[in-house]
Ligand binder design. Sequence first.
Ligand code: IPM
Ligand code: MG
Length: 360
Amino acid sequence: MPRILLLPGDGIGPEVTAQARRVLEAAARGADLALDFEEDLIGGASIDAHGTPLTDAAVARAKACHAVLLGAVGGPKWDAMPVATRPEKGLLRIRKELGLFANLRPAVVFPALVAASTLRPEVVAGIDLLVVRELTGGIYFGEPRGQALVNGRREARNTMVYDEEEIARIARVAFEAARKRRRAVTHVHKANVLEVSQLWVQVVQEVAADYPDVSLQHQLVDSMAMLLLREPANYDVIVTGNLFGDILSDEAAMITGSLGMLPSASLGAGGVGLYEPVHGSAPDIAGKNQANPLAAILSVAMLLEHSLDAPEAAEAIREAVAGALADGHRTRDLILPGQDLAAIGCVEMGDRVLARLERS
Ligand code: IPM
Ligand code: MG
């Protein structure tokens, strides 16, 4: 029986994970799939209980599972802590320990949500892009790193480093994904300044030779940030390093209407996949039943597709989400000032998606 490890984490993590679990159970039932759930701590919750953002026991548990469903980490309570011991370190560690180098962040605009975007409807209509973010390398993990006192002054450094194999394997993920989509890859870099990016351009170009049926363009990261606002529907697969991918995926999410809509899958060479909403822990609304569970629910669809080989169940969830939105149901984040819509809570949105799912 497939084992799923729940790591709800901090802030709104537990609320959205609870709704995602309900939807996963219902979809799995519909597909005659029996699942076994386990739960553990990550982030601030783990710091409070164990003094560390992720225990070795939780890592071992994750490695023994088929998939991990994660909520969010971090919050003001732990904000003053040094980088090395913060809640975020738990997330970075589990990505690294599970070898999850490929982070897939699809950004699509649901027709019912075109008006929720801050961009004009004609710009937003038709957005369907996939950010393929390298997740276990680059400046997030490079050494040397840290703060030191040099000649009486505080100095800090981080290192952006990639080797050619790390670049080639994420490039292959992007080209393979493009083959199942519109066959267009945009590689995002800063090669006019960074040697690391020059190596990316070379290696991505080399990998492209194996994919003559997929088009490739290279785009500077600053232009890309601009182009995503100007003509987001023109992009298919965007492949980039860890830091640029972090930034651009928040932008990609927001132009589709809300950060509360974007799911993600983190995959690697090992068998375990990790699924999490792209949004953070939103401490300001935590525990108030105001969070949008749809990013977590859509992450569960990715889990069914990539870890449980149940693409129909995944599609049923996506349709149920689209249906709930088409029925006019909105959490707070999906309503712009001046729009005449009443907000429902996190649990109620879970109810609406479940109702739609059970009808199908
Ligand atoms: C994300 C988040 C994380 C990241 C943080 C919480 C460490 O912003 O998944 O995008 O930077 O990778
Ligand atoms: Mg981020």
